[in-house]
Ligand binder design. Sequence first.
Ligand code: SAM
Length: 274
Amino acid sequence: MSLSTVDIQALKDTHRRTWASGDYARIAELVTDVGERVVERAGVRRGSEVLDVAAGTGNASIPAARAGARVTATDLTPELFTTGRRRASEAGVEIEWLAADAEDLPFEAERFDYVVSSLGVQFAPRHEVVAGELVRVCRSGGTIALGNWAADGYIGRFWTIMGPYLPPPPDYASPPANWGRADHVERLFADYPVEVTSERCVLEFDAASPAAFIDTLADYYGPLLQARNKLTASGRWDALRGELIALSNDMNAAGDDHFRAPSEYLVTLARKRK
Ligand SMILES: C[S@@+](CC[C@H](N)C(=O)[O-])C[C@H]1O[C@@H](n2cnc3c(N)ncnc32)[C@H](O)[C@@H]1O
């Protein structure tokens, strides 16, 4: 194993532990619309084969299965599948769940009619590697459909604020927000036989107040929970929390006694030529 392979594996282990911490399932309930929209824009057909990459608890897998597709849900963090399986059973659908890294999908070329991901692929560090894998496992004539938080939307700005509080990422890792920029996504797919289109969409977060929303994320959303743990120890959590609440106040469309913030995301369709 080369040193860089060891490094990358260590980073993935950290990512897996991060996403397994807190209770992502509670956050997933806030963003179900994104998975629904990705599946709807993909135009998933009955009887087709669908791969959901970074599926989490199934926000794209479940609507795809409801549309009558055979769905394989994959994620780096199989701890999330317990909730995914329960949700699928409640929805009355069958899904196959498999631990897999978006950068190294364990499938033969051209296996799937649709390759979808809802707020997922943007968290894998090497964007070029992921784009290559998505195209490889999608059949000619098939569709890749992705929803990613926009770099300049509420969550994109949230990450910009978090950046300086966190250890710098390794130099081979690209920022997650770049998958939310149409020009970056076009560049990622430029060398492949795909037609790429992107559309900006909006999800609204709703909570009792900006502070209540940030505190909920810090309790359940692994990346912010881990940041809170580290920054509390170094005495910097109050500063980050304050900045995130200030951003949330800035974006608040609800007035003083409630929180409602539009958060933009990019839906990208990459249709693979026959
Ligand atoms: C914000 S969650 C989205 C989950 C789900 N798609 C949804 O819509 O709720 C991000 C997901 O990316 C997964 N993830 C992070 N890095 C990954 C990687 N390299 N390969 C596969 N999944 C990864 C995490 O485990 C987590 O489930």
